[in-house]
Design a protein around this ligand. Structure first.
Ligand code: HEC
Length: 179
């Protein structure tokens, strides 16, 4: 029985590896260029967007603040394609442009009374431009992540509607470049 069992183990391991790399290949081939980022981490519902690798080192486009009830500080970052386009006011954004919005609870500085500083991180939100893959949502794929995990389907059903209602004429992007 030994050899058979060993063969079975080897075979299932091979199948597993095959399945994983096939999955990876599908995920990769669905993304043109730099688009949807690393294959690490879970993908958002509807859009299959993941947190882009290295995003924390991207350039800042603008900060933002959200009042009650969320009371958050935010900062919007862009990958090089997004930064170049927004600096030059190029519309629509090119495929491969990615925006990431980081949000934190707003808190009073423990060191200086009138200063407001980031508290607990709340969400990381992502918009990836891929005009073919995301043709039905204005060319953008959306992802909202909480502690690195994608938020639920219901939350992802709201993204495009709000961006489309307010800023369709700026290719669905709210943020302006802050010099
Ligand atoms: C009710 C309106 C609304 C909804 C719903 C919404 N957003 Fe936004 N989004 C905004 C506003 C307003 C900004 C501008 C920055 C700010 O004020 O935080 C923004 C900015 C962004 C940005 C930075 C690029 C830009 O457009 O400025 C990303 C990325 C983003 N949202 C992702 C998402 C994702 C992902 C979802 C769904 C899970 C979503 N948004 C749902 C209103 C909305």
């Amino acid at each position: 029985m030994r050899p058979i069992r060993t063969a079975y183990v080897v075979l299932s391991a091979a199948l597993l590896v095959g399945a994983v790399s096939a999955d990876h290949a599908i995920a990769e081939s669905a993304k043109p260029g730099q688009a949807a980022s690393s294959a690490k981490g879970a993908a958002s519902p509807i859009y299959g967007v993941t947190i882009p690798e290295g995003y924390r080192k991207w350039q800042m486009i603008a900060p933002a603040e959200e009042g009650a009830p969320l009371d958050e500080l935010r900062v919007v970052l862009g990958n090089p394609a997004a930064v170049k386009a927004i600096e030059n006011a190029t519309l629509p954004y090119p495929d491969g442009a990615i925006f990431v919005k980081l949000a934190y609870k707003r808190k009073q500085s423990p060191d200086f009374e009138s200063a407001t500083v980031p508290g607990q991180p709340t969400t990381v939100q992502v918009m990836v431009k891929d005009s073919r893959r995301y043709a039905s949502s204005g060319g953008w794929g959306y992802g909202r992540f909480i502690n690195g995990q994608p938020a639920d389907l219901a939350q992802h059903q709201t993204c495009f509607a709000c961006h489309a209602a307010r800023v369709k004429d700026r290719d669905y992007v709210f943020t302006h470049y802050a010099p």
